[in-house]
Write a protein that binds this ligand. Sequence first.
Ligand SMILES: O=C(O)CCC(=O)C(=O)O
Ligand SMILES: [Fe+2]
Length: 334
Amino acid sequence: MARAAAQSVQALASSLGALPPEFVRPEHEQPRATTFRGAAPPEIPVVDMSSPDAGRRMAEAAAEWGIFQVVGHGVPADAVAALQRVGRGFFALPQEEKQRYAMDPGEGRTEGYGSTLRKGDLEGKKAWADFLFHNVAPPAAVNHAVWPESPEGYRDANEAYCGHMVRLTRELFGRLSAELGLDEGAMAEAFGGDDVVLLQKINFYPPCPQPELALGLAPHTDMSTLTVLLSDEVQGLQVFKDGCWYDVNYVPGALIIHIGDQIEIMSNGRYKAVLHRTTVSREKTRMSWPVFVEPPPEHVVGPHRQLVADEFPAKYKAKKFKDYKYCKINKLPQ
Ligand SMILES: O=C(O)CCC(=O)C(=O)O
Ligand SMILES: [Fe+2]
């Protein structure tokens, strides 16, 4: 069991005094040196989706920040609480039981439990996080064999939350399309209609002995269309804007919407994919539950034809989502 236990940050964290060198970020990435500390930092917009100007405000935030928080989103608090309860229950399982769901991309198991421990990023530094992820929609993309059997209620909670995510995604696509002067159905169609794929991920960031030197996740944009992120109340998410890293404030009951690469491409750059990272805490475990909304693998995404003109040439190539993903994962040019 010792070998399996060493494969998670969670197990490592419970046995450590100092941060192992492979987690120490270069200085230009360390949160201590790079987080904005001035008075009155600008706040990521919070939009009430039931207000009359919600569409316009979301579009402005998507263009300026690539991220916004939504309240009045219609996702019931008990569906959110149930998802969080089963996620916490999974990470509280003994290490060897979690390891039963281990992903292994080399073996073709791309869903499941894992950590970035084995694979450093570009600078060879490791991220202070474990995760679990699996598809939740559409039914043809779901493999229940990789979903945890415990805690009890895991499947029901995930299915119920997913139903709300499908509806919320449709609404966001509709409003963001309309604000570009397109038909309300333009984004849904551009991203594969009912075949759009939803991935549920759970991030687990254990307490870290030297949080000022480490990152939970290195800076990245999501390759999704958009991501609907649920966070607990522990501070951790940061976004990059105009040369600075800003904390995203916790807003009770809110969901955080990240514009991903595919919406940036489809909108021909009118909406921006947000560059983000996560910090970790010395005392507290942090968890987050992002849902990545992706086009089906064979689906081609490119700038929408109504957003390309002589004075607005296409800024991105059209390509199959699976090819985009391959290049992004392997850090190849798009
Ligand atoms: O934990 C968070 O707040 C962000 C997670 C994230 O960016 C990701 O999983 O892609
Ligand atoms: Fe992300």
